[in-house]
Design a binder for this molecule. Structure first.
Ligand SMILES: Cc1ncc(COP(=O)(O)O)c(C=O)c1O
Length: 463
């Protein structure tokens, strides 16, 4: 009997050659998932479960591939491009260093991210600062470290940055974030350029603010910035917003030179087998060609371009390993005959991956610790938190015999999982390891219960 709960797009077990998994993921001779030439069983034995695993080779390949795509397209229309790795996607000191080593600048959006990147030895000139509510301390620190750009998100920041730069007798390069009003086709909370949200300046207000920026001798106006959202598959929104930005850029040229245009990040990736994102090369070529033809139409020089990719680099490079604790079958009688969902509970959940709860994000899961032999059944992988929305993988097919102590792997958890993690229900955060050519390296150690208790002053924590 067929199961009416199975979504149409879910037609087969996720296997490691699906596009959501890193290229190195495969089953080894024992039928275990191997990644970066190390078996998942060995990784969990050594570093615990749950475990974030980052395939370093995949991450570096993606840095290179994305950069090559942007540089080739920019060169073909006679301009250059500066790439900022959007560190909010996934940040540790080593990850910042991998990005910097491939020639990326690093985009940070808080003092905390700035602190990690500076501590990793990345010079300010290779850092850009974002944020819709930067504190005076964050601004002062960015200015004193000579960051290559601060992106202004509201009018009050013009004075704040000018005064920090003035106090340090510096000229701070700045961009102005524009809300282009383009509706990117993504989850509402991932769309950052609709009119009714917190980021950026409305197009109509931009000329007055740019004039204000230009009036400050301690600010250098680099150009406009926009970011229309994240996990976007269609090129149309990027093209539409680039065209709107160039109309504005054109108008503002009357008041002085504008060397750059930053069009943000947002490029989508595959999470499940039915996701078919455009190849990054095609996406980038279409965006940059649209920029070139719009500049041509307006009769202006193509500015130097900047982009801020995050997810497209980090997302597919990471997986999470979990251990199964309990399983149960739930008959969903409202949905008709045959409506059965298998719940597989694992040892993590919304504290290590908040995206399903936050955005109803879908993921793919696969049995990692042994070969698949049993038939596939509709399964929902859930966490151990006290929330019914604590879902790790909403819809997936798993072998019927998945049982206690099996390892499951979830694909494409490299971006916005560790970054969004929490200690909800006092769960310590898992470790994150990188793997490459048979070697594993701890990027971030696992938190311990003692770490969590040490902050509680009622338990004698250090104040
Ligand atoms: C300003 C800005 N730039 C870049 C990014 C990176 O986006 P993505 O990871 O989708 O490429 C974000 C993320 O939302 C952002 O807010």
């Amino acid at each position: 009997m067929s199961n009416p709960l199975v979504p149409n797009w879910l037609t087969q077990l996720s296997e490691f050659d699906d596009n959501a998994w890193p290229a190195s993921a495969k089953r080894n001779e024992f039928g275990e998932l191997e990644i970066g030439e190390i078996s998942s069983t060995e990784l969990v034995r050594k570093y615990g479960s749950p475990l974030y695993v980052v395939d370093q080779h995949e991450f570096e390949n993606r840095l290179q591939r994305v950069k090559k795509a942007f540089e080739a397209s920019a060169a073909s229309v006679g301009t250059t491009v500066k790439l900022y790795y959007a560190s909010k996607a996934l940040l540790t000191a080593d990850i910042a260093r991998w990005a910097a080593a491939e020639g990326y600048a690093i985009d940070v959006s808080t003092g905390g991210e700035l602190a990690v990147v500076l501590a990793a030895g990345i010079p300010g000139q290779q850092i850009g600062l974002h944020g819709n509510n930067k504190s005076l301390v964050e601004i002062g620190r960015a200015v004193s470290n000579d960051v290559s750009a601060i992106v202004i998100d509201s009018e009050i920041e013009i004075e704040r940055i000018a005064s920090a730069a003035g106090a340090q007798d510096k000229v701070q390069p700045v961009r102005l974030r524009v809300n282009t009003g383009v509706h990117a086709h993504t989850h509402e909370y991932l769309a950052t350029a609709r009119e009714d949200q917190k980021f950026g300046i409305a197009i109509a207000d931009v000329p007055a603010l740019v004039e204000k920026i230009r009036s400050h001798s301690h600010l250098h106006f680099l150009g406009l910035h926009c970011h229309i959202g994240s996990q976007i598959f269609s090129v149309d929104g990027f093209v539409e917003s680039a065209e709107r930005m160039l109309n504005l850029h054109h108008t503002l040229l009357a008041g002085g030179p504008i060397p750059e245009l930053n069009l943000g990040g947002g490029f989508g990736i595959a999470y499940v087998q039915s996701d078919q994102p455009m190849e990054i090369e095609d996406m980038v070529e279409k965006i940059i060609n649209a920029v070139a033809s719009k500049c041509n139409q307006l009769g202006i020089e193509i500015p130097k371009l900047a982009f801020e990719p995050g997810r497209v680099i980090a997302g597919p490079a990471g997986i999470t390993l979990y251990t199964v604790g309990t399983t149960k079958e739930v008959v969903v009688s409202d949905e008709g005959p045959g409506a059965i969902r298998r719940y597989v509970s694992v040892d993590g959940g919304m504290s290590d991956n908040a995206r399903p709860a936050l955005y109803e994000a879908e993921y793919s899961a696969a049995l990692a610790s042994r070969p698949v032999s049993a038939p596939a059944v509709l399964s929902r992988v859930v966490g151990k938190h006290c929330e019914s929305g604590d879902i790790v993988v909403k819809n997936t097919l798993l072998p019927l015999d998945v049982e206690v102590n099996d390892l499951l792997a979830v694909a494409a958890t490299g971006a916005y999982c560790y970054s969004l993690s929490s200690n909800y229900n006092y769960l310590p955060r898992p470790a994150m390891v990188s793997v490459k050519a048979g070697r594993a390296n701890v990027l971030v150690r696992a938190e311990t219960e003692a770490d969590l208790l040490s902050k509680d002053m009622g338990l004698g924590g250090q104040g």
